[in-house]
Design a protein. Structure first.
Length: 52
C-alpha cells in the first residue's frame, strides 16, 4: 500500500479517536440518555474500526 494512503488513513483514525475522546462525557450516566452523543461516539468508533 502506498505510504501516502497509509498516512491519510492514520490521520483519519486519529481524528476519529480525538472526536470520541472529546465527546465522551465524564459521567457515563449522561451517555445513557444523550442520544446525540451516542450517535457521535458510535459513528466514530465504526469509522475507526473500518480504517484499522
Amino acid at each position: 500500500m502506498d505510504r501516502e494512503v497509509i498516512e491519510q488513513k492514520l490521520e483519519s483514525l486519529r481524528r476519529c479517536l480525538l472526536r470520541i475522546e472529546t465527546k465522551f462525557p465524564a459521567d457515563v450516566n449522561i451517555l445513557t440518555t444523550d442520544y446525540d452523543l451516542q450517535d457521535i461516539i458510535s459513528l466514530n468508533l465504526s469509522r475507526a474500526i473500518q480504517l484499522a
